[in-house]
Design a protein around this ligand. Structure first.
Ligand code: HEC
Length: 136
């Protein structure tokens, strides 16, 4: 049943049920289930099915804000996902670089000091989804 629900896509089911509580952006959720949940777990806490076999344990993605004085470091998270900030760094080789995420349309994102940078839309959706997972 779990697998069936997964393959249908939780977003579609939420839609069918009429969306009671504010759901996270469906596309970000879908991308996360497809690309990230295997290691980080569907809840983002780092206990995905592949986690036990890794040489380094996936980070708890619900604590990113908590570790950063309560502020979600959106740009940092995006550049972590696209591999930019971790090339050659600790942990950088365990988590894959997601090139396909960089294809497709871009949106303008403020990357600091009012500078707007064209950023792949899928990356933004994923970062927003990870932000929606944050727990105090
Ligand atoms: C093959 C397993 C694997 C997959 C798949 C994976 N990650 Fe990771 N991720 C890791 C590991 C291991 C770390 C911890 C690295 C470290 O602490 O240096 C990590 C760390 C992170 C961090 C840094 C967290 C922090 O507290 O600094 C973020 C953000 C992150 N992952 C997001 C994602 C997203 C989003 C996806 C899907 C696009 C994803 N990861 C897919 C293994 C994975």
């Amino acid at each position: 049943m779990r697998a069936l629900v997964g393959s249908l896509g939780v977003g579609m089911i939420a839609l069918a049920m009429g969306c009671a509580v504010t759901p996270p952006p469906p596309d970000g959720h879908q991308l996360f289930s497809d690309l990230c949940a295997g290691c980080h777990g569907v809840d983002g806490k780092g206990h995905g099915p592949s986690a036990p076999g890794l040489s380094q344990q996936p980070a708890d993605l619900t604590k990113i804000s908590a570790k950063n004085h309560g502020v979600f470091p959106r740009v940092k998270v995006m550049s972590w996902i696209d591999g930019f900030t971790r090339a050659g760094k600790h942990g950088g080789l365990v988590m894959p670089i997601f090139d396909p995420l960089l294809d497709g349309p871009t949106v303008m994102v403020e990357t600091g000091k009012g500078v707007m940078t064209p950023t792949p839309e899928k990356l933004v959706m994923l970062a927003d989804y990870v932000q929606s997972l944050q727990k105090p």
